[in-house]
Design a protein around this ligand. Structure first.
Ligand code: BES
Ligand code: MN
Length: 453
């Protein structure tokens, strides 16, 4: 027992939280109908709506967003004159990837010996919704919820399809709030309370190279015939300089990060870099992760090794993503990437580029009163000072919220500390982190209401 009734309430609520998270994780809610049936998303959305109704929320609705998915909304009125806090999470998840590589089934929340709960979405971001519910319940049972609460749980964050962003632009009154808590980030490391002050934006393109009417014998024609796969490899390689820095023509490459330092040894451990392997690029770790663009080849369509024949390829395709730091427009960056790819294509090979989605970067105003309230709440919940970090991942809605609601104070917290291994196989959440963050969120609501009252 701690000396805090809120912390005791959250601790006592952990078994229920685990049961609820297990239900939510059991829905394979990948918002890509090519990979998994969309009924799984429908079920998850209904589960969320039922959970919000069970909290006594009003106006609970499944919002049809322009990308064909559904976001779930609810509203809980607070005391007269209280500020409004918007709580965000998403119920869609990344695909499980290699199911064989999961030590326990991805859609069955399983506690392992290390005490963590494993399952796809456990940290990113179904646990984020559970964190919100735990915070609200702890407040209700300990003197009441001191703020008006809006909850929005997005249905297609991971696909970057922009559904909720477009919905909010068209319905700006819906999510209007004084403060926003985005429960989709993570502590800098387990147990170190963190708010994330910047996110990179992202754009994706698909590049197809064609050179021949059909594949050719690599002995009879190789050496002269223009190989589409070789051309594509050259294009991809041109996106980095000799040191390994991302070098897209027209994009800044040497911006510094001013803020929290990320020691190289910590990064190596977090990223599980193999011994003896160097880190590409120059500048500090934080510069490269949070202040600069980074390009990643996400996939290549070409013959797999097993069954490959000695042939020169007539055609090859790559899916390429580009992360861009705050201050760089993601759409302009996408155009720069397209122009770079076209210019880097050798041998007058035919190249065609399809632009997929893009999401804008985000930078928070850390001088706002909500930050001070969160710092106080985090210190009380964790017994140590909060740090402010950057984050290389993307949550495109943040930029939309800061544009549509310029006065809203936006805070990013969450369960995706490095050990959570989000997006990878064997994703997990640490229940001690879930409890501590739920306490911090509850305390934040109190602090914020008091400061505004
Ligand atoms: N929760 C992540 C963003 C994140 C990653 C926060 C790591 C903190 C630590 C989010 O769900 C995510 O992965 N977003 C996608 C968005 C993209 C498709 C536009 C991403 O960053 O790949
Ligand atoms: Mn994610």
């Amino acid at each position: 027992m701690s000396n805090s009734p809120l912390a005791d309430a959250v601790q006592a609520a952990l078994p229920r939280a685990r049961a609820e998270l297990a239900e939510l994780v059991s829905f394979a809610s990948v918002a890509d109908p090519r990979l998994l049936p969309s009924q799984e998303c429908d079920r998850a959305a209904r589960w969320v709506a039922d959970a919000l109704r069970a909290e006594g929320m009003r106006d609970v609705a499944l919002l049809d967003t322009p990308d064909g998915t559904q976001s779930v909304y609810g509203f809980l009125p607070g005391p007269a004159g209280a500020p409004t806090v918007l709580l965000y999470a998403h119920y869609d998840v990344q695909p499980p990837l290699d199911e064989e590589a999961w030590l326990t089934p991805p859609f069955e929340l399983t506690e392992r010996e290390d005490g963590r709960w494993y399952g796809r979405g456990a940290a990113d971001c179904k646990g984020g919704l559970i964190m919100h519910l735990m915070a609200l319940r702890a407040l209700r049972d300990n003197g009441g919820i001191p703020v008006n609460v809006k909850v929005i749980v997005e249905g297609s964050e991971e696909q970057g399809t922009g559904g909720l962003e477009r919905y909010v632009e068209a319905n700006p009154e819906l999510l209007a709030a004084d403060a926003v808590v985005i429960g989709d980030s993570g502590n800098f490391r387990l147990g170190l309370p963190t708010v994330t002050a910047s996110l990179r934006g992202m754009c994706v393109i698909e590049v197809t190279v064609e050179t021949l009417a059909g594949n050719l014998h690599s002995g009879q024609f190789g050496g002269v015939a223009p190989d589409a796969l070789a051309a594509l490899i050259r294009i991809c390689d041109s996106l980095r300089d000799r040191e390994g820095n991302t070098a897209v023509q027209g994009l800044p490459t040497s911006e510094p990060w001013t803020g929290l330092d990320y020691p190289e040894e910590d990064f190596r451990a977090d990223a599980r870099v193999l011994d003896g392997v160097d880190l590409p690029g120059s500048g500090s770790i934080a510069d490269r992760l949070w202040a600069r663009p980074s390009v990643t080849v996400l996939g290549i369509d070409c013959p797999p090794v097993t069954g490959a024949t000695p042939s020169v390829q007539a055609r090859a395709t790559a899916l390429i993503s580009l992360r861009v730091p705050a201050g760089v427009d993601a759409e302009a960056a996408q155009e720069a990437l397209v122009a770079h790819v076209e210019a880097a294509t050798p041998w007058n090979a035919r190249v065609s580029v399809t632009r997929h989605g893009h999401g804008q970067p985000f930078r928070a105003d850390t001088t706002s009163p909500a930050y001070a309230a969160m710092a106080k709440a985090m210190r009380e919940a964790y017994g140590r000072d909060m740090v402010v970090s950057g984050m290389g991942g993307s949550i495109p809605l943040c930029n939309t919220l800061s544009t549509v609601y310029p006065d809203a104070e936006i805070l990013l917290i969450g369960l995706s500390e490095p050990a959570a291994q989000i997006h990878a196989v064997n994703e997990s959440v640490d229940p001690t982190e879930l409890a501590a963050l739920a306490v911090a969120e509850a305390l934040f609501c109190r602090e914020y209401a008091a400061g505004r009252g």
